[in-house]
Design a protein. Structure first.
Length: 552
């Protein structure tokens, strides 16, 4: 290339200014000046090449006048950067594989997400119900169509080596994505919430330290180990047939007390050793009130998924399930097709005083203090994959609330429950799933409008409660067909129904799904303490859903 350039310059004609106009003479002189600069640069490059040739023994030819020609040298082969090498040079390098993973300076960062949108048709099944005063449900309580974002989210997770590579910093930032609705604080017929679930890092978000042999220590917010332990036994995650409608749900409402995310927490996750894994979490209450009725420091709502005043009583406080410290732990064992787990979770000082103020004109002395009590849950789950590509699973769960005998008449938080699931892989792309959940009766029931019939202990005329030994059991059946379409995309059709006992009010979609079919009618939609929708126990809820899910 240099030889060609020198030869071309050597053969350029000498421009003459004879007969040229003054303007043409000026252009010729400017061109000669530029050529002189180019020749000087070429001479300098030639001298440099001579010096390199002398040092390396490379052959150099001087055949072309005023231009040095270097013999052709094959170009060096292109070298691909090693893992992280491009990142250290400031170049974004993709890690091979299906995941959207990029190398950083010695580490990795991965983008991931789950987009799940469905069209649903569901009925509350409460049109036939009547309250003691003869009133009936208000509004459209029959079949209603909705479009739901379900449990859609995006996030970033990654790691960076620290301490000379002996440890790793791990991190994750995750947020909910409202595909079919607008993001904002939640308002329903029965309460308002200041939490913006579509806000940045609204879901599982943490930083931590990972050790090569001793596991990972993290701080932030996460799905509790109790919830995670049996998640793989639930083939209806985020569908209307999700087992969270009953499992871990102590009151049968939209909240799932023992299947939730715990904020301001720190936890430990062990490596797998001989098939065993341990996951343990502690969340301090951060509550200045001794009875947990304040909002925890640094939070937007009451701990436990309720808001001040959601219990419908005065004075406004966190008295509808708010708690203080929480602990959650699980142990799991995996061996080939077998998976076994045992899990436990405890919430301290759970304030349920709104159950008392809801049906006592004057609450008896000592009852308010006694209705701030610990609650816990324990379960065992088993899953096995058969050679027929059939996956079977079962969960047994026991929920307990530690109140004195004088308050057992309104204790709807203590019971046992069961879940059985079966998934059959029909083809490489098609599968069928079946699930059955059952909630046993509780020691008592606080009454929910149409079920407030009995006079509570030490009550006065006008007071009313559901009472002890009532039928608030429930059963749920779920059936789903799923098809993998490829590229992370799948489709599904889901049918689910809940048969509530006369005093039960379990809801389809409870526990995080964006559209829920629960027990409330359409009295009004103002939200907060002034809102007055009725919860009609005994509904027979049924829903059909069809959706698309994309995961990356």
């Amino acid at each position: 290339m240099i030889a060609a350039l020198g030869a071309a310059m050597a053969t350029l004609p000498i421009c003459s200014t004879a007969g040229a106009s003054e303007a043409e003479q000026a252009q010729i002189k400017a061109l000669e000046a530029r050529m002189a600069v180019m020749q000087a640069a070429l001479d300098s490059l030639t001298a440099e090449l001579h010096g390199r040739a002398a040092a390396t023994g490379m052959a150099v030819s001087d055949a072309t006048p005023r231009a040095t020609v270097v013999e052709d040298v094959p170009p060096a082969p292109l070298k691909l950067a090693k893992s992280g090498e491009a990142a250290r040079r400031g170049v974004l390098e993709t890690k091979p594989g299906k995941a959207a993973t990029f190398y950083t300076a010695g580490g990795e960062i991965t983008a991931y997400g789950n987009f799940d949108v469905s069209v649903d048709v569901a009925t509350k099944g409460i049109h036939r119900l009547t309250a003691p005063d003869g009133s009936r449900p208000v509004g459209n309580v029959g079949w209603l169509t909705d479009i739901s974002s379900n449990m859609s989210y995006v996030g970033l997770r990654g790691f960076q080596p620290i301490a000379g590579g002996a440890l790793r910093l791990v991190y994750q930032f995750e947020t909910q994505i409202d595909i079919s609705s607008s993001s904002g604080s939640a308002e329903t017929n029965s309460n308002q919430s200041n939490v913006v679930k579509g806000g940045l890092t609204s879901r599982n978000t943490f930083i931590g330290i990972e050790t090569p042999h001793y596991g990972t220590f993290m701080v932030g917010k996460t799905d509790a180990p109790y919830k995670q332990s049996t998640q793989r036994l639930n083939p209806f995650v985020a569908m209307i047939g999700d087992y969270a409608a009953i499992m871990g749900n102590t009151g049968g409402d939209n909240r799932v007390e023992f299947g939730t995310r715990l904020d301001h927490a720190l936890w430990y996750q062990s490596p797998k050793v001989d098939g065993f894994e341990v996951n343990a979490l502690f969340s301090p209450g951060q509550n200045r009130a001794s009875n947990s009725d304040n909002i925890a420091a640094g939070e937007s709502d009451c701990t436990g998924g309720n808001v001040p005043g959601s219990g419908g009583s005065l004075p406004i406080a966190c008295n509808d399930g708010a708690f203080s410290d929480a602990v959650s732990a699980s142990v799991a064992y995996t061996h080939g097709p077998l998976y076994v787990t045992v899990a436990y979770e405890r919430h301290n000082k759970v304030n349920r005083a709104s159950d008392l103020t809801g049906y006592y004109a004057t609450v008896p002395a000592g009852f308010m203090e006694a209705d701030v009590a610990d609650e816990d849950a324990a379960k065992i789950g088993v899953q096995y994959v058969l050679p027929t590509r059939t996956t079977v699973g079962a969960v047994y769960e026991s929920l307990h609330r530690y109140v004195p005998s004088a308050l057992q008449f309104q204790n709807e938080r203590q019971r046992t429950g069961y879940w059985v699931s079966l998934t059959q892989q029909v083809t490489a792309r098609d599968s069928l799933a079946f699930g059955w959940a059952h909630a046993d009766r509780t020691p008592g029931d606080p009454g929910q409008h149409n079920t407030s019939l009995a006079l509570p202990p030490l009550g006065q005329p006008g007071d009313a409660v559901g009472g002890a030994h009532v039928d608030n059991s429930a059963d749920m059946l779920s059936l789903a067909y799923k098809r993998v379409l490829g590229g992370g995309l799948s489709a599904y059709v889901d049918v689910a129904g809940i048969h509530n006992g006369p005093y039960a009010h379990y809801a389809l979609g409870a526990g995080g799904r964006s559209v829920t079919t629960d027990c409330h009618d359409a009295s009004d939609a103002s939200g907060g303490l002034a809102s007055n929708p009725h919860c009609w126990a005994g509904g027979h809820i049924l829903g059909v859903s069809s959706g698309l899910k994309f995961q990356f």
